[in-house]
Design a protein around this ligand. Structure first.
Ligand code: SF4
Length: 158
């Protein structure tokens, strides 16, 4: 969807892709993890896609016993396109090891799938997603929760 905005200061017309309000329309009818991931890669349901390098979708198997849900991908996750591979991922790995849980039995994901950040010098600093961004992204996390058959526990790591 394209919207045309008038830039009053410069008197120019700026064409800008308008985001939808929710990712709901993008959820495949009979979703598999790969079809969800593929559909999420093109999500434009909020403006965060413009700042992030890529959609960072969840990872894990349908038989996962536990799901860990973070707030949003961080700098490393954004660059690699994988959840929990940065400092939070290392912490999670340590915690899983101490708890005797094999990471392959876990599904890891985030509430919001694009990295929201602000520049501080050369660094990209995490910025908290707002409620409309969380709402727009909610269909993805709901689809992931529905996807995992054997889910016994959901743990939030926010
Ligand atoms: S943050 Fe979520 S809703 Fe927003 S563009 Fe990314 S995947 Fe879509």
């Amino acid at each position: 969807m394209i919207s045309i905005n008038q830039d009053a200061k410069r008197g120019t017309v700026v064409a800008r892709r308008k985001s939808r309000d929710s990712a709901e329309d993008l959820i495949p009818e009979k979703p598999s993890l790969s079809s969800l991931k593929e559909a999420a890669a093109d999500c434009r349901a909020c403006d965060l896609w413009e700042r992030g390098t890529q959609t960072v979708f969840g990872e894990g198997g349908r038989r996962a016993k536990v799901m860990f849900i973070g707030e949003q991908p961080g700098n490393e996750e954004d660059l690699q396109g994988k959840p929990f591979v940065g400092p939070a991922g290392r912490l999670l790995d340590e915690a899983l090891e101490q708890a005797g849980i094999d990471r392959r039995q876990a599904y890891v994901t985030n509430v919001v799938k694009h990295f929201k950040w602000e520049a501080r010098g050369k660094r990209r600093i995490h910025k908290k997603p707002n409620s409309s961004e969380i709402d727009a992204c909610r269909p993805w996390i709901e689809a992931e929760i529905a996807f995992v058959d054997d889910l016994k526990k959901i743990a939030g790591i926010l």
